[in-house]
Design a protein around this ligand. Structure first.
Ligand SMILES: [Zn+2]
Length: 214
C-alpha cells in the first residue's frame, strides 16, 4: 500500500477519519470521513490504486455539496472502492482515463472549502456509498513501506465504516431483527456467527432489491 504522494515525500497526517472541530466554523463534532494530508516537499498527488477516472472536475455550483472539494478527481479503483482526491491546484487526468497505481494525477492545493494546502483523501465503497477509513488502505502506521509519516492526533478506532446510507437502512433493520447481523455498540455492524448461508444470501438479495429501488 502507498500514500497518495511520490515515494519518500515527507507527509503529515493533519486530520483523521472521525468527528472533529470544523476548521472554519469551529463547530464541534462535525463528521470528517477522510484523511487530510499535507506534503512538506513534493506536492505531486499520485493514485493509490489503479483504476478508471470517474470524475476530474471543479464544481462551481455552490448548492452542490461537492463544490466544497474544489478541484477534485475520483477514481473507481481496482479494489472496488471509489477514491477521492480533493482541493487540488492542478488536475492532470480526465474522466474515463485509466490510471496505474502510483501514477501522478495532479497537485496538492487549497481549492474549494479549505484553509490551506492539503489533500482531502476520501474513500467510499462503490455499492453502498459508505465511507472507509483510509487508514486501512494506506496501511498507516506502515513501517515497511518507507514512507515518512508524522502521525498527528491519530486515533486508532475500531469503527471503519460510516452509518449505512438511507436506502440501506431498511435491509439492515430487517437483518438485525432476523438475527443475521448485530451492532457491537461501537458503531460496527457484525455478522452473527450462527447465521446460515441462506440468511446471508437473502440479506444480500434484499439489499440488491433496495438498490434498484425495491
Ligand atoms: Zn478533509
Amino acid at each position: 500500500m502507498r500514500l497518495p504522494y511520490n515515494p519518500g515525500t515527507p507527509v503529515r497526517l493533519v486530520s483523521t477519519y472521525g468527528r472533529r472541530e470544523d476548521p472554519i466554523t469551529h463547530e464541534k463534532g462535525v463528521p470528517h470521513w477522510a484523511f487530510d494530508l499535507v506534503s512538506d516537499g513534493d506536492k505531486t498527488i499520485c493514485a493509490v490504486v489503479g483504476g478508471t477516472v470517474l470524475q476530474s472536475r471543479m464544481v462551481t455550483d455552490m448548492t452542490n455539496p461537492t463544490s466544497e472539494w474544489g478541484n477534485y478527481i475520483s477514481i473507481f479503483g481496482n479494489d472496488g472502492r471509489v477514491h477521492f482526491f480533493c482541493h487540488l491546484s492542478e488536475r492532470w487526468v480526465s474522466a474515463g482515463e485509466y490510471v496505474a497505481a502510483g501514477q501522478a494525477i495532479g497537485m496538492e492545493g487549497s481549492t474549494g472549502r479549505s484553509t490551506g494546502s492539503h489533500l482531502h483523501y476520501e474513500v467510499r465503497v462503490s455499492v453502498t456509498g459508505a465511507t472507509v477509513n483510509p487508514e486501512e488502505i494506506l496501511g498507516i502506521p506502515n513501517e515497511e513501506g518507507g514512507y515518512i509519516v508524522n502521525i498527528e492526533e491519530v486515533k486508532i478506532g475500531k469503527r471503519t465504516d460510516s452509518e449505512p446510507q438511507e436506502w440501506a437502512k431498511e435491509a439492515v433493520e430487517w437483518a438485525v431483527t432476523n438475527g443475521i447481523i448485530y451492532g457491537d455498540g461501537d458503531g460496527n455492524l457484525m455478522l452473527r456467527e450462527t447465521c446460515t448461508r441462506e440468511q446471508v444470501l437473502v440479506f444480500i438479495y434484499r439489499m440488491f432489491r433496495l438498490m434498484q429501488g425495491g
